[in-house]
Design a protein around this ligand. Structure first.
Ligand code: AMP
Length: 182
């Protein structure tokens, strides 16, 4: 099973991705997590990624695609994956290296997304350098401008599933599983 999760930051993609990984027995993979690890490296690439991420911008498509391809061709992703964070725009979707079974859009309002990200900030263990008010606004704006057009793109391909992200974790999970298995 190859599933992609779409949703604004704070929509609960990583929580739902980890739950889906257990149900479908395929690994969960997050490009944001990969980039956060790379940003810790004291290399020119690590420093460049850190600078871009901290401001809330997207990493350039060519670099992103190279990294995603490198991961998805690894043996553990051969039978499938739950991918969170890619694609972020039409160009990334067009370059996607494999076929996809379902795209799950977790729909939450901007206000709710912001409330959750700010709540995450009150827990020091979860604090992220791109959770400043300025970077949060930029990330939400980028989501609307570049990522949301993917909904129409995947709807036309007949693989889009949309769920209400403003329910309990368990309710969202059940809605996703039901809609995927339909
Ligand atoms: P996320 O954890 O998915 O919110 O991603 C955190 C940050 O990682 C984003 O704000 C971008 O800077 C970078 N990032 C993650 N995925 C992508 C992608 N597919 N394309 C470009 N940048 C990305």
């Amino acid at each position: 099973m190859r599933i992609i999760l779409l949703g604004v930051q704070g929509s609960g993609k990583s929580t739902q991705g980890n739950l889906l990984s257990k149900v479908f027995n395929v690994p969960y993979l997050s490009t944001g997590h990969i980039f956060r690890q790379l940003a810790k490296e004291d290399t020119p690439l690590g420093q460049e990624i850190k600078e871009i991420m901290t401001k809330g911008f997207l990493i350039p498509d060519d670099k992103t695609l190279e990294i995603v391809k490198d991961y998805l061709t690894r043996p553990e992703y051969k039978t499938g994956f739950i991918l969170d964070g890619y694609p972020r725009n039409i160009s990334q979707a067009e370059s996607f290296p494999t076929s996809i079974d379902k795209i799950v859009y977790i729909n939450v309002s901007d206000q709710e997304a912001r409330r959750r990200i700010e709540g995450r900030n009150s827990n020091k263990d979860q604090i992220r350098p791109d959770d400043t008010p300025e970077a949060i606004t930029r990330r939400i704006n980028i989501f609307h401008k570049f990522t949301k057009p993917l909904l129409e793109y995947y709807k036309n391909k007949g693989v889009l599933v949309e769920v209400n992200g403003e329910q309990s974790v368990d309710e969202i999970h059940k809605e996703i599983v039901n809609k995927i298995q339909k």
